[in-house]
Write a protein that binds this ligand. Structure first.
Ligand code: BGC
Length: 448
């Protein structure tokens, strides 16, 4: 841990997303999302789990805000379910759906917790998927309408906005490999979805400039790509392609107005000939960048891997999480510094960082000891401190996640929470990592 505290005003938060915690997906007139459909399709989510109940946060939100207050959080990042606000994805507004988020925001503010609201964390209204979803050229306009509705209702109280969470995962998981909703498997569709996502981002930011008075940014997930000692030329080329595909495909258009050249090689004939003016229009000024950081990956050339011919190489002696991700805090420092150097003087937030380690389904005597997560937390907070020392303008840190929740296609089998959830009783138990985080916040990141 660092001995000097973090800069004044640095935000300490936890992050969640709507479908992963809320439950009651159709309550109060909400329209179904692609995740609700996906969850109802046998074989899509481990153990047949669904978000029908999840953490029951839709009904227990007051109790959950009290947990945040006890942790000492100064900010909370959550997402809105588009289909609660606009059940058909566009057109008719559902005041009851908006009302849920208004009450949540009011309760956060009552406890001095600054809300950071994400407009899109993967739960597209099913009615829009029926029209082609992220493949439809009109989707940026639909997103703009939704964004405008939400800004009008909440910008008087929400100071931090995020257009999209991790567009790479939406396109790669949802349209390239089909492991996430809507479950398609096509390189051409993935390229189109990626472009439409960035058009939606740009439209959302423009809507904000017309309606909003605070700050709006984009959240991406970055995984530094490394090669092992003794790497060949082919390994290094695979590393560059992997980096372009995952780490620069979204940031380059959003901030530099161009796609990385390597994408033509990654996508081959599936890469559409986007007109230059259309690509340049993806660059709109934003107020901050959000980084979701979990791990790095070491790769070697392997033509059997698609669409990037890069296979992951397991590191001997590395500590890995339950999702198989190497514990590598130095990658968080390096990524923040890289973003700062490549994309300019933008304020940065670590909008997600955390780890799934095994925790039992039920707490024993009101306790959950999770020493590996405590270690993960301390080492990554120190890595953020180091990035600031190296010049990156980092303004906040959000642990993923407040609660154990529905880890997408893994269902409830992977626990990321600082607070344990017994999914049978819905009992919440702060883990040892929650106590550790409370202490970090109390000292504003400084060591003893
Ligand atoms: C996502 C979260 C997810 C977490 C852990 C991020 O990719 O934004 O929704 O639960 O990583 O996998």
């Amino acid at each position: 841990m660092s001995t000097t505290p973090f800069p004044p005003g640095f935000l300490w938060g936890c992050a969640t997303s709507a479908y992963q915690i809320e439950g009651s997906p159709l309550a109060d007139g909400a329209g179904p999302s692609i995740w609700q459909r996906f969850a109802q399709t046998p074989g899509r989510i481990a153990n047949g789990d669904t978000g029908d109940i999840a953490c029951d946060h839709f009904r227990r939100w007051r109790e959950d805000v009290a947990l945040m207050r006890d942790l000492g959080l100064t900010s909370y990042r959550f997402s809105l379910a588009w289909g609660r606000v606009l059940p058909e994805g566009r057109g008719r507004v559902n005041p009851a759906g908006l009302g849920f988020y208004e009450r949540l925001v009011d309760e956060l503010l009552r406890h001095g917790i600054a809300p950071m609201a994400t407009l899109y964390h993967w739960d597209l209204p099913a009615a829009l998927d029926d029209r082609g979803g992220w493949l439809n050229p009109d989707i940026a306009g639909w997103f703009g309408e939704y964004a405008q509705t939400v800004f009008r209702a909440l910008d008087d109280r929400v100071k931090y906005w995020v257009t999209l969470n991790e567009p790479w995962v939406v396109a790669d998981g949802g349209y390239m490999h089909g492991v996430l909703a809507p479950g398609h498997r096509s390189a051409n569709e993935a390229a189109i979805a990626a472009h439409r996502l960035m058009q939606a981002h740009a439209t959302g930011v423009q809507a904000y400039r017309a309606e909003g008075r605070h700050q709006i940014g984009l959240v991406v997930n970055i995984e530094p790509k490394h090669v092992a000692p003794g790497a060949t030329e082919a390994d290094r080329h695979a590393q560059t392609l992997a980096d372009a595909y995952m780490n620069r495909q979204y940031l380059d258009p959003a901030l530099l107005g161009r796609y990385p050249d390597e994408l033509r090689e990654v996508f081959g004939d599936a890469w559409p000939a986007w007109p230059d003016a259309e690509v340049e229009a993806l660059k709109v000024p934003i107020d901050f960048l959000g980084l979701n950081y979990y791990t790095r990956s070491v790769v070697r050339h392997d033509p059997a891997h698609w669409p990037v011919p890069a296979a992951p190489v397991r590191q001997a002696g590395a500590t890995c999480t339950e999702t198989g991700w190497e514990l590598y805090p130095a990658g968080l420092t390096d990524t923040l510094v890289w973003m700062h150097q490549r994309y300019g003087q933008l304020p940065l937030y670590v909008t997600e960082n955390g780890a799934a380690f095994y925790d039992p389904p039920r707490a024993t005597a009101g306790r959950i000891d999770d020493p590996l997560r405590v270690q993960y937390l301390h080492s990554h907070v120190a890595a953020v401190h180091e990035a600031i020392a190296q010049g990156a303008d980092v303004r906040g840190y959000y642990a993923w996640s407040l609660l154990d929740n529905l880890e997408w296609a893994h269902g409830f089998s992977k626990r990321f929470g600082l607070v344990h959830v017994d999914f049978e009783s819905q009992q919440r138990t702060p883990k040892a990592s929650a106590q550790a985080y409370r202490e970090i916040i109390r000292r504003h990141g400084a060591a003893d």
